[in-house]
Design a protein around this ligand. Structure first.
Ligand code: 5AD
Length: 447
């Protein structure tokens, strides 16, 4: 199974290669030593990941060729936009028409969209976001694998089930061999081209040990590596970049300093932002975002969050719902403050809609650049959420490739979706979902 389509190198300009995918030209940054015109490569996140033999590429492409154009057609059909006149909300139509023409919306207009509740109006908003997704990103959808290497954490985020507040949790830390084995399986058996290595802030691994692990993965199982180990320090970020990590997944959680302080009394928003800014300057791809539904959070805050992610040059936006965890200080956030807690099934669906609205807004605010992730937290609230999100501007997924035995212990929130699904069944359902929506797992900047 593969999550990227092989491309043929057409042009090389210094470190940039132009790659052909069935006639579509895309651009990628190359750090591999021997790439020549005519070679077949895999690329992810704008980076060349590996070279593959002509014969392997031809056989994969012959399978893809049949479906590639069919998929594009399905996607095009599903993303057609008709802002009909018979809808009475003239203001909404005007705003969405402006958005669909890629014009910048005012803050007041964006807030108007965030306030929408009516199903039919929301549908139009989601369709507009989907239209923009198709227009600028075509039908590509990136699918990363995530390995949760340790659930030890020295931080006390008051909402998080693996923070030190949770005294009930069995802690685990994968050994280097276990991590390499999981990476091998993801890359060699299942064909993942990009991996996220994630843990709590675990002092149990030194930066040098992490360097060692990343170097060995890069050498043996070529993939684009994202790190998500919390605040490891600027020096740590530098060392891991040198080791071969190219992406940083770190949410700022909320852009509102007061809410940040309430949720993280011992931490500082500034320090987090410093990590994100310096990482970008070092060359990391930035994956960031925040929690939707923190107590006290308002629409203005959420809008600021989207703008902050954009300002931080997010390559990918990661916004997901806050889900209370019973063994944390935020366990008993009152229903008035947190809709998901009262009358759960009904309220949860309202919360799902709130999050998808944020994804759609993110697509409207940053239509050309960022990928938008469907988070597992959102899928935890609704099985339909991945499909609805992909039809509302999102174009990215992460599958859990952590060994099954460890998964229940990475309990940042309860009842996580896909927790007990092995890798092949996650892949199977993802591929069938993507196919039904006309999406292809390519992952490069469209020229
Ligand atoms: N609900 C939803 N997401 C959570 N995270 C941590 N705790 C929760 C929760 N209770 C998210 C944080 C963190 C990421 C790894 O998990 O946003 O950045």
């Amino acid at each position: 199974m593969c999550y990227a389509i092989p491309g043929k190198v057409e042009k090389i300009e210094n470190n940039t290669v132009i790659v052909d995918y069935f006639g579509e030209k895309r651009k990628a940054y190359n750090e591999l030593a021997k790439i020549n015109i005519g070679d077949y490569i895999y690329a992810q996140g704008g980076f060349v990941v590996s070279k593959i033999s002509d014969s392997e590429a031809q056989s994969i492409l012959s399978v893809w060729k049949e479906t590639f154009f069919q998929l594009q057609e399905v996607d095009l059909k599903l993303s057609r936009l008709q802002l009909s006149d018979n809808n009475t909300d003239k203001k909404l139509l005007e705003i969405l028409d402006k958005a669909s023409q890629s014009k910048e919306l005012t803050r007041e207009e964006l807030l108007y969209l965030l306030e929408l509740k009516d199903k039919r109006k929301l549908e139009l908003l989601f369709k507009t976001a989907n239209f923009l997704r198709q227009k600028y990103h075509k039908n590509s959808c990136c699918v990363h694998g995530i390995i949760e290497i340790s659930n030890y954490c020295r931080q006390g985020c008051r909402y998080c089930g693996i923070s030190y507040h949770n005294k009930e949790l069995r802690r685990y830390r994968m050994t280097k061999d276990e991590i390499l084995q999981a990476a091998r399986e993801a890359v060699q058996v299942y064909g993942f081209k990009s991996l996220v290595l994630q843990s709590g802030e675990d002092p149990g691994y030194s930066v040098l040990e992490l360097v060692d692990i990343i170097k060995e993965i890069k050498q043996k199982f070529p993939a684009l590596i994202f790190i998500s180990f919390g605040e490891i320090g600027i020096n740590g970020l530098e060392k891991l970049y040198q080791a071969g990590a190219r992406g940083l997944l770190m949410r700022f959680e909320t852009s509102n300093p007061k809410l940040y302080q309430d949720a993280h009394p011992d931490m500082s928003l500034e320090s987090r932002l410093e990590h994100l800014r310096k990482a970008y300057a070092m060359g990391y791809l930035i994956l960031t975002g925040g929690l939707i539904g923190l107590p006290g959070q308002g629409k203005e805050d959420i809008l600021n969050d989207i703008f902050l992610a954009k300002q931080l040059h997010a390559e990918m936006f990661s916004f997901g719902p806050f889900i209370p965890h019973p063994h944390t200080p935020f366990a008993r956030i009152k229903p008035a403050q947190h809709p998901a807690l009262s009358d759960r099934p009904v309220r949860a669906s309202a919360q799902v809609e709130e999050v998808i609205k944020v994804l759609a807004l993110a697509r409207i605010i940053d239509h050309t650049h960022a990928k938008i992730l469907v988070t597992t937290a959102l899928e935890t609230l609704s099985r339909e959420a991945a499909k609805s999100s992909l039809l509302a501007g999102a174009n990215s997924l992460m599958l859990n490739v952590t060994p099954l035995a460890y998964r229940p212990f990475y309990s940042i929130y309860p009842d996580r979706a896909h927790q007990s699904e092995d890798i092949s069944s996650q892949i199977e359902s993802t591929v069938s979902l993507l196919r039904s929506l006309g999406r292809a797992p390519t992952d490069l900047e469209v020229l």
